[in-house]
Design a protein around this ligand. Structure first.
Ligand code: PMP
Length: 416
């Protein structure tokens, strides 16, 4: 027998061969990210990507905001340690988030704020908290909603239900159907997921008056709002977009808000978001906060620092805050302008389809009313990528190529 000490390269023990993973089937690719990969591989020089979920400027790039670059320069100069953050993240960041969401509309002692890895991390923490502390609890969500919502709540072991949201042509809010479902199908104590503004994937939001009705309905039915706030500043403005959340909390004493700074700070890859729990009083807020920390500890332990530190740096510095607000306003104004350019461009094509509903939709996304068949034709005949549901990322439109886009949409609508 050869021993390892003899210098031979033969292994001392052979590998025990098991095949435990052999039955595992390949998971389906994410439908939207899969489209992005197909877009990258497409050699068509005229191609246009309206399917992704990130802001793009007029040159098709997802820029780093100058305010973010300035904050990063400060951080690079001043950062003293890469030690762990506490389980709930940076205190200054958490205070800034609470201020951004609520201003002085309620007593911040009623809040439990946890910095999370992105808005997705916040939604997952919300789901874990509901399952852990309020189970059994059903979670109602709009049809349609961000595709990840259902997966996340189901992954946490919760039952999900749907409420109606859109008119039959899928371009406007059917508010009476929404209220009817929430009034007649829910049970007191159920959780209801709402989008604070810039509903993804439709761009269709309740008005300020609708929020008053919803707040009344939630109070009456004792429903628990879980509000996903991923696009603050992209609808009507940073303050204006908080109206829904604040109106709800003027009538209901408890809620969970999930925020994301991926879009409004352009910090997609830094993973920066937060869960803001609102309790009826300071004591229950503190207890709930401690349970949230317990859930985080057994999941990812503590959040990444860099993105939260950028946000905290900007929001602690009045000049940087003003600069950043200006940058958010610029992104929002550009999206609004692209919406009207597209609507006008479609009128000029002479095609018999009114797109003016796009002007009432908010944020980066719009349900265009185009079908999966139209989406396929746009892709294969014109190199224009939209999601099969008809969702368009308006920020992916290009001022310079608006005519090409409108002609292509007109062509698929005419069935050329
Ligand atoms: N909620 C909604 C409605 C979203 O659209 C997104 C981003 N696509 C998120 C949450 C998650 O954001 P993040 O990238 O910060 O995880």
């Amino acid at each position: 027998m050869t021993s390892p000490a003899s210098g031979s390269s033969a292994p001392a023990h052979s590998v025990a061969s098991t095949n435990r993973f052999s039955h595992i089937a390949t998971a389906p690719p994410d439908p939207i990210l899969g489209l992005g990969e197909a877009f990258n591989a497409d050699p068509n020089p005229e191609k246009m990507n309206l399917s992704v979920g990130v802001y793009q400027d007029s040159s098709g790039k997802t820029p780093i905001l100058p305010s973010v670059k300035a904050a990063e320069a400060k951080l690079l100069a001043d950062e003293k340690s890469k030690g762990y953050l506490s389980i709930d993240g940076l205190p200054d960041y958490r205070a800034a988030v609470a201020q951004m969401v609520f201003g002085n509309s309620l007593d911040h002692k009623r809040l439990g704020v946890v910095q999370t890895p992105g808005g997705t991390g916040a939604v997952r923490l919300a789901a874990d908290f509901l399952a852990d502390q309020l189970s059994p609890i059903r979670v109602w969500m709009s049809v349609p909603t961000w595709a990840n919502h259902q997966s996340i709540f189901n992954a946490a072991g919760l039952t999900t239900e749907n409420y109606r949201y859109l008119t039959v042509d899928k371009t406007r809010l059917d508010f009476s159907a929404m209220c009817d479902d929430l009034r007649t199908k829910t049970t007191p104590g159920d959780a209801v997921l709402l989008h604070a503004c810039c509903h993804n994937p439709t761009g269709v939001d309740p008005t300020a008056d609708d929020w008053k009705v919803l707040a009344e309905l939630f109070a009456e039915r004792r429903l628990m709002p879980v509000i996903d706030f991923a696009y603050q500043g992209f609808g009507d403005g940073i303050e204006a977009d908080a109206i829904g959340v604040r109106t709800m909390l003027s009538r209901v004493s408890e809620a969970i808000i999930c925020t994301s700074f991926s879009k409004n700070f352009g910090l997609y890859s830094e993973r920066v978001g937060s869960l803001v729990l609102v309790a009826a009083g300071a004591e229950s807020a503190a207890a709930s906060h401690s349970q949230l920390k317990r859930l985080v500890r057994s999941n990812y332990s503590n959040p990444p620092r860099h993105g939260g530190a950028i946000v905290a740096t900007i929001l602690a510095d009045p000049a940087l805050t003003t600069q950043w607000r200006g940058e958010v306003d610029e992104m929002r104004r550009r999206i609004t302008k692209l919406r009207s350019d597209f609507v006008e461009g479609m009128v000029r094509t002479g095609v018999d389809r009114d797109f003016s509903f796009l002007l009432d939709q908010k944020g980066m996304f719009s349900f265009s009313g185009l079908t999966a068949m139209h989406a396929d034709e746009l892709r294969y005949k014109h190199g224009i990528y939209i999601v099969g549901s008809g969702r368009i990322n308006v920020a992916g439109m290009s001022e310079a190529r608006m005519n090409h886009l409108c002609q292509a949409v007109a062509s698929v609508l005419r069935g050329d």
